[in-house]
Structure formats: C-alpha cells, structure tokens
Design a protein around this ligand. Structure first.
Ligand SMILES: *[C@@H]1O[C@H](CO)[C@@H](O)[C@H](O)[C@H]1NC(C)=O
Ligand SMILES: *[C@@H]1O[C@H](CO)[C@@H](O)[C@H](O)[C@H]1NC(C)=O
Length: 417
C-alpha cells in the first residue's frame, strides 16, 4: 500500500536555495516586463510606429506582447528571401489529426497510473503494474469484492471483526480467526501491486470503500446505474489501457478462494490464451454455459462466457471495437469473441486449474426502472434479450454488406486474397 502525501502548505517547510533563486529571478523578470510595458506605448509614439497596428489596451503586458509581435513581423518581412524556410510539418503516419506534430512528441497512448504532484516524473512509479482488474460494484457487495481483492476468505474476514482473542486457543482458530493473524493475512492481496484495480461504481458510493486499504490505491469511476460494458467502453479504451498485458473485466460476485491471479496469468501465458476465464465451480449459482464449468484434472479447456473474462492487450483492442455504444449489457459478445483472435480454438479457453465460484448475488437487479409496472430485474432482463437480437442483426448485416461489396467489385479479391 502506497499512500501519497501532499503537503504544500505546512509552515515549517524549508525552501531550497535554488527555489529561492528561481522565485527572485521570476519576480525581477516580471518587474522588468511591467516597466517596459508602461514605457513602451510612449516609446512607440516617439519612434513613429503606426499606432493602428498596436491595439490599444490598458494591460501593459498585453501591449508589450503586441509590440514584440510587431517587431517580429517586421523582421520576417525585411529578412533576405533566400533565408532557410522551415518546411511545414506533415507526417501522414501520425495519428489522425496530429499530422502537424513532429512524431517525437506524439503520445498516442496513455495509462491510468497514479502519479505524484512533486518529484521527478521518472521516479513516480516504484512498480509499473502490468495487469488491470476492473470490477463493476455496488456498495452492498463490498464484502464480496473485498474478499476478491484480499487473500483472506470472506468468512475469516467477517469473523475477524467479531472474534475475541480467546478464540486463538485452538490452531484452527489461530489460523483462521485470530485477529492478529488476520492483520498480517489481509495485507496480502489477491490482486497484488502488479495490478491496477479499477472500481466502476453504479450506486454513486465511492469514498465508503476507503475502509479497505487497497481501495485507496484503486481508481474509482462513479456513474449511476450503468453496466459493466458501458463503463468498459468508455473508460477502458485500448489506447488508455495500452501498458497492460492482461485486462480482467469481472463481476462483483465471484468467490476467489481457489484462485491465484499471478498463477492464473502464468498459465494463460504458457498456453498463449488471448481471451480466457477461470473455471466456474459447478456449485456456482445461476451458471449460464455448461462449457465454462471447471473440468477435473486438466489445466485449460476452451470456451468463455463474459462473467470473469481476461483479455490480452490485442484481444481487448478488438473486443472494445465490437462493443456497441448503445447496447449496454454485452449480450452476444461472448459468441462473437472468436472473431477477435486468429485461431480461436487455441487461443480462447477456460483455466481449470484456477477456478472461481459464482455466488449469484443479484447485483444490479435493483438498478432497473421501478415505475413501468415491471419489477426492476424483469425490466433489465427484457432489455438484455432485446439487445441480443439487435446485436446479432447488426453483426450479420455488417457481414453481409462487407461480402456484398466484395462480390460486387471483383478487384477486391486480388487485393485482399
Ligand atoms: C509481480 O511481478 C513480478 C515480475 O513479474 C514478480 O516477480 C512478482 O512476484 C510479482 N508480485 C507478486 C506479488 O506476485
Ligand atoms: C472494393 O474496391 C473498391 C474500389 O476498388 C473500394 O472502394 C472498396 O472499399 C473495396 N471494398 C472492400 C470491402 O474492400
């Protein structure tokens, strides 16, 4: 846990000599500019500058600025014509809209690493996280999410708050219940410092999470009553999450007692999985696809649904483009993810050796419309189904259009194939 402290206002901070010098120099410069500004309008009158070229203004610094511009313009006009004229910059390979910039200054991608407001930028990050995990959360599920981030099980976490030290007698209690043991235990994180943790809050409660130490190093995004894919589309643009090797987009109600994130990534790398998820414990509530059930005795098998998906950087770039702005539930995405990897039967898979339990807590069920005569949950379900139909239609139409154009113009075949 890293806490950043900003103290710019404490009285006992000693100002270093260089800073003093800088302040003095700045002050002197400002004074000089000010007097020059007062003198200059008179000066310009005396040397008969065409005053209509200098807009009249009461601000001395503005006058100075305009006067300098005037001199600069004159210099350019009187310069010999054979003087070197710098060519205008136009770099077609720069990102669209940034062609006029020298390529060396273009920063097309970003990250969401917190930085300090002081010190050297190069020393801001002690550890550069290579993985990102995003949970879409409501405060009611905080224990479940906390258990997913911290290594302790929800049971021991909950009990720890109410247990008395006498419980440390037996070794079982010592291991699982003793508060002092818990203290050291909870400082180990399921998602270690190698992870950037992002919480998307759909109920507007954010600072309430700060009771957890890890929450203070997390990135919190708050927008009421939105869905996992709505946030992902808006806040996890591939250019923004470019430094992350793997991106976990997870539901809030997953039990991770049998899951180890670093081990998981080792397996994913070993098998070259571009899109993956941990196996789902067969006891999971409300499981959707038989294919994602954990299989015994094997490390991975192939097929994912979209509860606890892990994307490689490249796969995420493609999937992000497939997410539709207006279709917020992501239904149909799972069936189409194979489009985003070249050999889906090899690169999409379920990691059986690391598995999770879907606890089936109806999470966003209370976020639907209460007023249309339907229960909130029913309203959401209807929209999910409707969105699935829209998505499938869009996909098949887009495909049809593409192939129709290809057939209509046989020259396309020679260029593409
Ligand atoms: C974080 O990543 C580094 C480099 O891959 C690794 O050596 C280290 O063990 C990881 N940290 C944890 C807590 O697993
Ligand atoms: C097919 O070729 C035409 C003209 O050569 C081009 O305008 C069009 O974009 C191409 N279509 C595809 C799908 O590549």
């Amino acid at each position: 846990m890293v806490t950043f402290h900003v103290c710019c206002c404490s009285g006992n901070v000693r100002i270093p000599i260089e800073t003093m010098r800088l302040i003095l120099a700045t002050f002197a410069g400002a004074m000089f500019g000010y007097f020059l500004g007062i003198i200059l309008p008179n000066l310009s009158a005396k040397i008969n500058l065409p005053t209509n070229l200098i807009p009249s203004t009461d601000l001395p610094s503005q006058t100075l600025f305009d006067a300098l511009n005037y001199f600069k313009a004159n210099m350019v006009v009187s310069a010999p014509s054979k003087q070197f004229i710098r060519p205008k910059i136009w770099i077609p390979t720069n990102p669209k809209g940034a062609e006029v910039l020298p390529p060396g200054i273009v920063s097309p991608t970003s990250d969401i690493y917190p930085r300090r407001l002081w010190g050297k930028p190069s020393e801001d990050l002690a550890i550069v996280p290579k993985y990102l995990v995003a949970f879409t959360v409501g405060y009611e599920q905080k224990q479940s999410v906390n258990a997913a981030v911290e290594k302790a099980s929800p049971l021991s976490l909950l009990s720890c708050k109410h247990i008395h030290v006498t419980a440390c007698d037996s070794s079982f209690y010592f291991k699982y219940m003793c508060p002092t043991f818990i203290q050291t235990w909870v400082n180990e994180y399921e998602f270690s410092e190698n992870f950037t943790i992002v919480l998307f809050h759909y109920d507007g409660q954010t600072s309430e999470w700060d009771e957890f130490e890890w929450s203070r190093r997390a990135i919190h995004v708050s927008a009421r009553k939105q869905s996992k894919w709505w946030y992902a589309k808006r806040f996890l643009h591939p250019d923004i999450v470019a430094p992350y090797d793997y991106i976990f987009i997870w539901d809030e109600d997953l039990g991770v007692q049998h899951f180890n994130a670093e081990e998981y990534i080792k397996i994913v790398r070993k098998h070259g999985l571009e899109i993956s998820q941990p196996g789902l414990d067969p006891r999971s509530v409300g499981r959707t696809w038989e294919m994602t059930m954990k299989k015994h005795g094997i490390e991975v098998h192939k097929f994912v649904e979209i509860r606890a998906t892990v994307f490689s950087r490249n796969a995420w770039r493609c999937v992000w483009h497939m997410i539709q702005n207006d279709l917020v539930h992501g239904w149909g995405l799972d069936f189409n993810m194979r489009r985003c990897v070249e050999t889906p039967h090899e690169k999409i898979g379920v990691v059986d050796a690391q598995w999770i339990v879907h606890e089936g807590i109806p999470t966003q069920g209370n976020q639907g419309p209460g007023e249309t005569g339907m229960t909130p949950l029913k309203g959401i379900r209807e929209r999910c189904k409707h969105e699935l139909v829209i998505f499938q239609n869009r996909m098949s139409n887009a495909e049809k259009e593409y192939y129709a154009e290809m057939w209509a113009n046989p020259s396309n075949f020679t260029t593409v194939f």
